[in-house]
Design a binder for this molecule. Structure first.
Ligand code: HEC
Length: 126
């Protein structure tokens, strides 16, 4: 009986290890270049809002939650929480995920760029 449980746990861990890298495979160094496209509007410093809100600590936060930034109604009512998946969708086509968002950015075409820029944001306080 004991053996069986250990086997099942082992299998679950193996499966988790197999499926995890798909999302988390970004290269932060390569993402730095991609972030140049965001820099005009976003800083990663806490509390530093530009045309867009500061991206400090953005991963894991509900959308539209930086104090003092005037968000669109659309983003405020989106009910989104930023994680790898929602961020990847938003950065692909902001206006498709959040119709009415004020982020005037057409989107990143390459999924590789998206993975890398998310890795960069994570590695630099986001
Ligand atoms: C032209 C300016 C501009 C560019 C370029 C831009 N953004 Fe934005 N971004 C905004 C604005 C404005 C908002 C607020 C949108 C709203 O209120 O609907 C926003 C919102 C966001 C949010 C949601 C933040 C929150 O607090 O909920 C994230 C994440 C984000 N942008 C990431 C990026 C990334 C990553 C890039 C580059 C790939 C980028 N943006 C490029 C202007 C920009």
């Amino acid at each position: 009986m004991k053996h069986k449980i250990i086997k099942v746990v082992g299998l679950a861990a193996a499966l988790a290890a197999l499926s995890a890298p798909a999302l988390a495979a970004g290269d932060a160094d390569a993402g730095k270049k991609v972030f140049n496209k965001c820099k005009a509007c976003h800083a990663l410093d806490e509390g530093k809002n530009k045309v867009g809100p500061s991206l400090f600590g953005v991963l894991g936060k509900p959308a539209a939650s930086v104090k003092g930034f005037k968000y669109s109604k659309a983003l405020q009512e989106s009910g989104l929480t930023w994680d790898d998946a929602t961020l990847a969708k938003y950065l692909t086509k902001p206006k498709e995920l959040v119709p009415g968002t004020r982020m005037a950015f057409s989107g990143l075409k390459k999924s590789e760029d998206i993975d890398n820029v998310i890795a960069y944001i994570k590695a630099n306080g986001g």
